[in-house]
Design a protein around this ligand. Structure first.
Ligand code: PEP
Length: 248
């Protein structure tokens, strides 16, 4: 595991102000666990409120628009989420790629917008079950990463985290074998070496995401090359999320 594991909760389309009590509990406990970096990505509507509640944990957004401003009804720019208190943004989640037809080209433009707004990026990647069964998972993920990442980042070490999230493991209770996770993380690392060089790639954390729970977190986080976890369902309650943080 990386020296300081990174555990990030993705609340997806869940959460109202009533859930700020969970945020306070997560933040208070995280203050005692300095060796783990903890962050939450609530929906847009809660970013500012969460930002005001927390002292220890990071706050991020689940998406942003690639443009700076203008006539885009219902969209939110990178500088707007940064202004609300977000320090990072999750981009390329499979639910955005599928439900909103987001291409890797669009995700690349969003990454550029996010770093220009001074935010860190968590780039998600991952294959479908059919792609894995066909033996094409690593090639598919390599292509996704190459197409989604800008050729140049000022400082990939600070600006980038990658989250490997096999689509078939998200919210299903299923996970890849530990060997398959290790192989994919090693392949992603090699792609980052090709793109940004050995020194930067060594510092970019690669998270695993997909049905991480308190009872499987320890073994998943111990896999070679796994630098933390991106957690969906189990991040919605302080008790289960902190169970994962404690396992890290
Ligand atoms: C996710 O969608 O980012 C995720 C990892 O979800 P879950 O933990 O619920 O599988």
């Amino acid at each position: 595991m990386a020296e300081r594991p990174y555990i990030v909760g993705n609340w997806k389309m869940n959460g109202t102000r009533a859930m700020l009590s969970e945020v306070r509990a997560i933040d208070r406990s995280s203050q005692r666990l300095m060796k783990v970096e903890v962050a939450l990505a609530p929906p847009y509507t809660l970013i500012h409120a969460v930002h005001r509640e927390v002292e220890q944990i990071g706050v991020g957004a689940q998406d942003c628009h690639p443009g700076v401003d203008g006539a885009n009804t219902g969209d939110i720019s990178a500088s707007m989420v940064a202004d609300a208190g977000a320090k990072f943004v999750i981009l390329g989640h499979s639910e955005r790629r599928e439900n909103h037809n987001e291409s890797s080209e669009l995700i690349r433009a969003k990454i550029t917008a996010a770093v220009e707004a001074g935010m860190r990026v968590i780039l998600c990647c991952g294959e479908s079950e059919a792609t894995r069964d066909a033996g094409d998972a690593e090639a598919f993920v390599t292509k996704q990463i190459r197409e989604s990442l800008p050729d140049v980042l000022d400082n990939p070490t600070d600006q980038l985290t990658v989250a490997y999230e096999p689509i078939w493991a998200i919210g299903t209770g299923r996970t890849p074998t530990l060997d398959d996770i290790a192989a994919m993380h090693s392949s992603i690392h090699s792609t980052l070496v090709d793109l940004y060089g050995e020194d930067h790639a060594a510092q970019v954390r690669i998270l695993y995401g997909g049905s991480v729970k308190p009872d499987n977190a320890k073994e998943l986080l111990a896999v070679d090359g796994v630098g933390g976890a991106l957690v969906g369902g189990a991040s919605l309650a302080a008790e289960s999320f902190l169970g994962i943080v404690l396992a890290a």
